[in-house]
Design a protein around this ligand. Sequence first.
Ligand SMILES: Nc1ncnc2c1ncn2[C@@H]1O[C@H](COP(=O)(O)OP(=O)(O)O)[C@@H](O)[C@H]1O
Ligand SMILES: [Mg+2]
Length: 553
Amino acid sequence: MGKQRIHILDRSIAERIAAGEVVERPASVVKELIENAIDAEARAIAIEIRQGGVALIRVSDDGSGMSRADTPLAVERFATSKIATAEDLDTIRTLGFRGEALPSIASVSWLEIVTRTRDEVEGTRVRVAGDQTQLGAAGAPIGTQVTVRDLFYNAPARRKFLKSPLREAELIHKTVLAYALSHPHIAFRLVVDGRETVNLAKAAQREPSQGLERIGAAWGREAAAEMIEVDVASLDLRVRGFISRPSLARAGREWQAFFVNNRPVRSGLLAVMLERPYAGRLPPNRHPLAVIQIDVDPRQVDVNVHPRKAEVRFYQERAVYNAVTHAVEQALRDFPLSQPSSADWSFAQSFDAASPLPALHEATPEYGSGAWRAIAQMHHTYILAQSAEGLVIVDQHAAQEQVFFERLTAAVSGQLSAVSRQIQLMPQEAELLRAHLEEYQSLGIDIEPFGENTFRVTGLPAFVRLDPLELITALVQEHERYRALEGDALRDKLASKAACISAVKAGDELDAAQQQALLDELLQAYSPATCPHGRPVFVTLRLEELERRLGRR
Ligand SMILES: Nc1ncnc2c1ncn2[C@@H]1O[C@H](COP(=O)(O)OP(=O)(O)O)[C@@H](O)[C@H]1O
Ligand SMILES: [Mg+2]
């Protein structure tokens, strides 16, 4: 028998590894603590940070508090008051549910909780330092105060990847604003290095005006004055919130916030669906402002797909996405189209403007297989197809590029193909990639630092057939051209590059089955008429036009 080499890791190491998933940076700590305060039905949440949150994060709330008996459990792994059975996972109404935030934070910092419930006269203090948990009495108001000191003191690699304290503080600021926008009935205060940077009183007005009041407080009165209400509901789906009139738009999408059952989510596709009805009402490259809440039956959404719960999966995603477009369309009805719409395509799914939203369980109209029939490939570059209107000439590269782009930017985690490959980059490239790893990962690229300038790629979106080295170096080169970008704006640029280099090229021969498959996929796309660069994907030669030119009419 050979020597035994596999052993179960010490609990403290195992927890530190697991913590890496949840606690990526100070903003993720703030996010988890705010979520806990909201779940405890706080009416006021105060956040204090020092040195970008690395030296100190303190979140105080006036919520339910924890009893003496519960407090030490809260810092145990998989200990939660929010779910009890496996079935509960399907109907989550709280922001938290995994019971791993507090233990994860405790494993990479010095954590202290002071808390008191309404029923207790004396509060409780818990301190966690390494493997030691100390429990004692403390004078405390009703509610909870969690203090996190010296974050990542025992995880130097994590610390190295952090940005400057100023940038980390900005990310925390964004996190606080996101929750503030979706919870106007809660007061939020943020103090950065002793200076108050956010102070939002709980909205005085009732719904829905309180949402607008909060937008005014967070984004400014001028912005709020230009926002209009969106609210369309069906049995099991509601899209509500505020969008800007076409008179107000920005160059980027930073002012678009989406929430699913009050949970902030990131999604390029939701942005696409929001912006569709603005086509022809806004100049190209201008983006509306929006705060959009999507309320769905918790059974219709899986919130357990992302370690930091930043993404969700809808079981009926098409219905949800279309509902967003429909709701925005309704709200914009009275704003005239000033520019001709670039989306010159006749099969756009439009709902009867007066009808309510389709319910999730109803099939939405689809243009499935056979709606366009591939006839031939021309010059190894264009697919000719017969449609009900006439002849469609599809740019094969642009078509697949758009299909891939949508898959890469969807809120949903797509299918992955496993690879395992170490790649070595130049130091400047490695630095750029490390600083924005999350944007790369959000495309479905499983990539982790693996030493100085080395990274390990363990998964790629299934349709990407490229060598990981080829893909990553192409993306980093593109990234270097857009150094100023970050977040969703960067993610979109990277997605468009990845889509471009993965797609079939002009000159690639496609057999009949491949031609048809590409057409079918294109018709399933949300925005099939234009590629990510804004160029048209196809042109239609209508039968009437043909008949006219051939003298048949
Ligand atoms: N601010 C708070 N107020 C009241 N209870 C809290 C607070 N923070 C945490 N808790 C309690 O501690 C438990 C564990 O918290 P956490 O580790 O974040 O897991 P989760 O939120 O997934 O349940 C929660 O289920 C809740 O009962
Ligand atoms: Mg939690």
